[in-house]
Design a protein. Structure first.
Length: 298
């Protein structure tokens, strides 16, 4: 398995990553726990070292699954998880955004326990919180890094000005945003900005949530809990310079993890050449990553 270094951060991961959301959330009923563990461990055996989850997937159950599955391999893999949503403790449903510094630290502690680890390799802000200066968010993650609880800071679906402001406080290791043949907006401003700043790019849904796999047609039906029942009709949005999809059907923004069977696998494009060598032009580099057989993340 080839590897990538995410920008200039030094975080080296497999060129293909596994987005684990669909095992617990978003694509219909959760898989059987043993099946999920087997899939994750099979990915490790095939050379995948980069795994993505979030507290909001489930909520919480996906982190628990990932933590249990990867416990025997923890020293050889990198785990990315996310903060940024408010979860109603009585219903388990999302109740808006929450990136207050005190909440970020609470989420980190809880995620560490569920993931059965003492450090989070990459901690993303899941969605930009318009009610809080991004500098405060970056500052809170910086403190967690200084405390040894987090290694790297990431953003998801953030615009270029947000990225620059956050990066000035705490270097951003990676940006995660949607990128595929039917959503190429990152090519306009995001990718050039990331290359300028030395930030890695982790695209999610490069197979269009499964719609670009050739396995879905007008006769395909989804389980009632599968967000793809409504995703095709969603409108794009632009807010404060941030571009992305209005994913109401994805439980207010949880990322889609596509695969060859339109459910599990995640393709990762990092900021450099295989093994962390010199950058290519972004169009060539990401075209190459789309050719991988096991694509996805978000």
């Amino acid at each position: 398995m080839e590897t990538r270094k995410l920008g200039k951060s030094g975080l080296e991961v497999s060129a293909l990553g596994l987005g684990c959301m669909g095992l617990s959330f978003g694509y219909g009923p959760a898989v059987d726990k043993k099946e999920g563990i087997t899939l994750i461990r099979t990915a490790v055996e095939r050379g995948v070292t980069f795994f993505d989850t979030a507290e909001v997937y489930g909520p919480f159950t996906n982190e628990e699954l990932v933590g249990e599955a990867l416990a025997p391999f923890r020293d050889g893999v990198k785990i990315a998880t996310k903060f940024g949503f408010k979860i109603d403790p009585s219903t388990g449903k999302q109740a808006g955004l929450d990136s207050r510094p005190e909440h970020i630290k609470e989420v980190a502690e809880a995620s560490l326990k569920r993931l059965k680890t003492d450090v989070i390799d990459l901690f993303y802000q899941h969605r930009v919180d318009p009610n809080l200066p991004i500098e405060e968010v970056a500052g809170a993650v910086k403190e967690l890094i200084q405390q040894g609880k987090v290694k790297h800071f990431g953003l998801s679906e953030a615009g270029v000005q947000t990225i620059r402001r956050a990066h000035a406080v705490q270097p951003v290791t990676a940006l995660q945003s949607e990128y595929s043949l039917w959503w190429r907006e990152p090519e306009a401003e995001l990718i050039p900005t990331l290359e300028e700043l030395g930030i890695g790019f982790v695209p999610f849904s490069p197979l269009g949530k499964g719609f670009l796999t050739g396995k879905i047609d007008e006769k395909t039906t989804f389980d009632s809990s599968d967000f793809r029942n409504i995703s095709a009709g969603q409108n794009r949005r632009t807010e404060g310079g941030d571009t992305g999809a209005d994913r109401a059907g994805m439980a207010a923004g949880a990322e889609a993890m596509d695969s060859s069977d339109s459910r599990h696998d995640q393709g990762i494009a990092a900021g450099g050449e295989p093994g962390g060598g010199k950058h290519q032009t972004h169009s060539r580099r990401f075209a190459r990553n789309r050719q991988c057989g096991f694509e996805n993340q978000g």
